[in-house]
Design a protein around this ligand. Sequence first.
Ligand code: ATP
Ligand code: MG
Length: 326
Amino acid sequence: MNTDNQKLLELRGLRTYFFTRQGVVKAVDDVSFTVEKGEVIGLVGESGCGKSITSLSILRMVPEPAGKIVGGKILFKNENLLEKSEEEMRQIRGNRISMILQDPMVALNQLLKIGYQLSEPLKYHGKAMGQIREKCIELLKKVRVSSPETRISEYPFQFSGGMCQRVVIGMGVSCEPDLLIADEPTTALDVTIQAQILRLLKRVKAEFNASIIIITHDLALAAQICTRVLVMYAGKIIEKAPVKVFYENSAHPYSNGLIRSVPVVGRRVERLYSIEGQPPSLLNPTAGCRFAPRCQKAKRICNLQYPPEVILGDGHKVACWLYAEE
Ligand SMILES: Nc1ncnc2c1ncn2[C@@H]1O[C@H](COP(=O)(O)OP(=O)(O)OP(=O)(O)O)[C@@H](O)[C@H]1O
Ligand SMILES: [Mg+2]
């Protein structure tokens, strides 16, 4: 099979910076990865490492004016999104690529009926003309909201948090996107609801054959749903691995620390903070590996030069001097 045909998204050397009074914050600093059709990518890493800014960059929704994409390419179906006009991007957002945010209560407008909000992307992208109501009911059924015929006339406050997240997922998939980006989609929900939402995402993926990028702190969640894991640290991706390889054979000392910080497999963790020390500031990062100051295995070179990406196996890559020739 030609792998290029399977490739849905490819980030090449993406750089997104914030130009602040204190200096330049390199939130996304030379990030490259691919997402193939039908894949579920888990983007994991500590708070502030650049996960959300990476996903906002893909949609060209980086907070302006401080934030700017300053380099690289975002190839979606072989076309560079960074060369698209704003109008072209509006046709892609919510249609070919859609995003589900952490808190469904923020994503939904409390003053508008569920049915109306569900119908907005459909109308905007010219789908299902004249049969909008039917289409909305069908969507609610797909995301397992019971009595959809009456519930489309209700308001978000009449829905529980988990039900609201179902509606948001319904909105996200209404135009049958090729790529769904879910930024901490379960963090605001309680544990039993999280499992339901996870099952729903899996089903949605199977049904629409969409690819998913799921951003999470929760390694147990990533293990359950992802096909591949990307570990981000201080604006860079430091390890990429198929999910099984990642959990059984992670290579980067930071990844190993992350995995160790999950107390019991299958139990959710709130924040992965148990690695000694703090993540570095993204203002004026050092030339070396950014994890080096916290790394127990750091060598001299680690503080001097950023490590090259080393291929360890099929789809398994790591940026670490422990595996590279100096
Ligand atoms: N508007 C902004 N101005 C300046 N810096 C910003 C701005 N927004 C984000 N940043 C910086 O960009 C970096 C990456 O932020 P991002 O939101 O992507 O982190 P994250 O990995 O999603 O964290 P979390 O897990 O807490 O959501 C952070 O260090 C943050 O301080
Ligand atoms: Mg975030």
